[in-house]
Design a protein around this ligand. Structure first.
Ligand code: URA
Length: 329
């Protein structure tokens, strides 16, 4: 069956559809030895020899992306030294070794992404991309507006202030209520700790969204492969990082990244002057904004050797989504 060249390349996981088009236009793709710059050129993946930067796409193994609705009381890891059930027990029929992207607590439920695309997984977890995660939670009591405001501004936890969250009231009953909380960080037990910080506690927590992925009506214990479109959107989200890992030294459009001097370490801070306890701060300086962030150098370099191209890219079966879902074991 003939497919469009950019679709075939994107399906290997080395690039999103948009990036694949850039590769073609840049003359980095050949079909049967001929450079092809024409977008939409049709190829027969079974017969044509497609190369990107001289490397065969065919050599590739498929990338697999799936989402599982992790049930409560299941570890979000692949094995557990204590012998508790793990997400692996729910992956019947998945013959490729996939890894969970991030964690959910043992007693939490909901959307878990699993993939064998290591660079994508690492990138999605990187704080730089602020991939939003939404949790539907049942909390004890009803949080008033002041508490919801506090959650939205950021609350103090023992490991520092949280970044602003988005909180949507869903419903309330006599003794508890439901909220949707969206955060961009991934600290341990973060949502539970945030709710505790405003004086309540979480009774039930379900992750219903991660970036462009929605849990939808996937039953607890069931999984499904991502659609082409979903896998593509994930890649787009972290494209610049993937490009840097897979093609170190080049930017997303394939141009060399300009050299930038390494940053000097920040000079040590002067000691804080003693506070008198009254009036403005003794230093006369405004209090440091607690959510001021220092942005690091743009070039997040991978420690990997950076083997490059399509030989590392693999064909996606996430793309060829299998319809239907698998049920719990
Ligand atoms: N926040 C939590 O507290 N627990 C989870 O499992 C996920 C987010």
């Amino acid at each position: 069956m003939n497919v469009r060249l950019q679709k075939l390349i994107a399906g290997t996981g080395i690039a999103s559809r948009r990036k694949a088009e850039e590769l073609i236009i840049a003359g980095r793709v050949t079909i049967n030895g001929q450079v092809v710059r024409e977008l939409g050129t049709k190829v027969d993946p079974e017969r044509d020899h497609v190369k990107v930067d001289g490397k065969h796409l065919r050599a590739a193994q498929p990338y697999v992306y799936l989402i599982l609705n992790k049930p409560k009381n299941v570890m979000s890891t692949l094995d557990d030294p204590e012998g508790r059930p793990t997400v692996k027990d729910y992956l019947h029929g998945v013959t490729v070794r996939v890894f969970p992207v991030g964690r959910l607590d043992f007693d939490s439920e909901g959307l878990m992404l699993l993939t064998n695309h290591g660079d994508l997984a690492q990138a999605l977890l990187h704080p730089r991309y602020h991939v939003p995660k939404t949790y539907l939670i049942k909390v004890k009591g009803v949080l008033d507006d002041a508490k919801i405001d506090a959650l939205e501004r950021g609350v103090k936890l023992e490991d520092g202030y949280t970044a602003p969250a988005k909180v949507v009231k869903v419903s309330k009953a006599e003794s508890n209520s439901w909220l949707e909380v969206t955060i961009h960080e991934g600290r341990k037990h973060q949502v539970k700790r945030m709710i505790e910080a405003v004086g309540s506690s979480v009774i039930k927590l379900t992750r219903i969204r991660m970036g462009p992925l929605l849990l939808g009506d996937l039953a607890p214990g069931a999984y499904r492969f991502l659609t082409d479109r979903e896998a593509n959107r994930l890649r787009e989200l972290v494209e610049d990082r993937i490009t840097r890992v897979e093609r170190p030294g080049l930017d997303a459009s394939g141009k060399p990244v300009p050299w930038t001097a390494p940053q000097q370490p920040a000079p040590p801070r002067p000691p804080k002057p003693a506070r008198t306890g009254r009036g403005p701060k003794a230093s006369g300086q405004p209090a440091p904004g607690r959510r001021t962030r220092t942005v690091g150098p743009a070039g997040l370099r991978s420690k990997r050797s950076g083997v490059t191209d399509a030989s590392r890219g693999r064909r996606t079966t996430g793309g060829r989504a299998r319809e239907g879902t698998r049920r719990r074991p």
